[in-house]
Design a protein around this ligand. Sequence first.
Ligand code: RP5
Length: 172
Amino acid sequence: MAKVKENELHKSGTPVVGILTGSPSDLDVVKKAEDTLHSLGIPCELFVLSAHRTPELTVRYCREAESRGIEVIIACAGMAAHLAGVVAAHTFLPVIGVPLKASLDGLDALLSTVQMPPGVPVATVGIDGAKNAAYLAARILARKFPELTGRLQEDLAQQQTRYDNPFAEKKK
Ligand code: RP5
């Protein structure tokens, strides 16, 4: 598959973000990353791959991702969360790690994801921070696809409207 060229993000529809997660049980949280990328008009793909249960498939995905046009990988996992680290060990694409709350309030996954050795970085967002992973991916992509900067600005402006009349907001 051809790589997406400069400024062609919108036209091609070729996924530029790969979202991976360690289990089907993660999908409710992880789909927030997919939804956020879609809302920003960023083509992405989502696969359930595990560092522990499907290691060969995970490595194959990493080895093929760049040549298929992927620019950033978001890797989500709970418990002994090794997925993001394993992905970062098998590709030079930027990897964003999302620790998921599957046990111990997510602290186990946070520490497993964030504490990478020098030279193999994982940019780790907060526990269950799938949305922020998507926003960080968008900011990275905006360096290559400048159209995204305007969309990010519009998105933030929309979020700021909550502050125009804060006392009108109902409790969730
Ligand atoms: C991790 O173990 C997954 O990312 C998931 O968060 C957790 C539990 O997985 P399941 O036992 O629900 O499949 O690898």
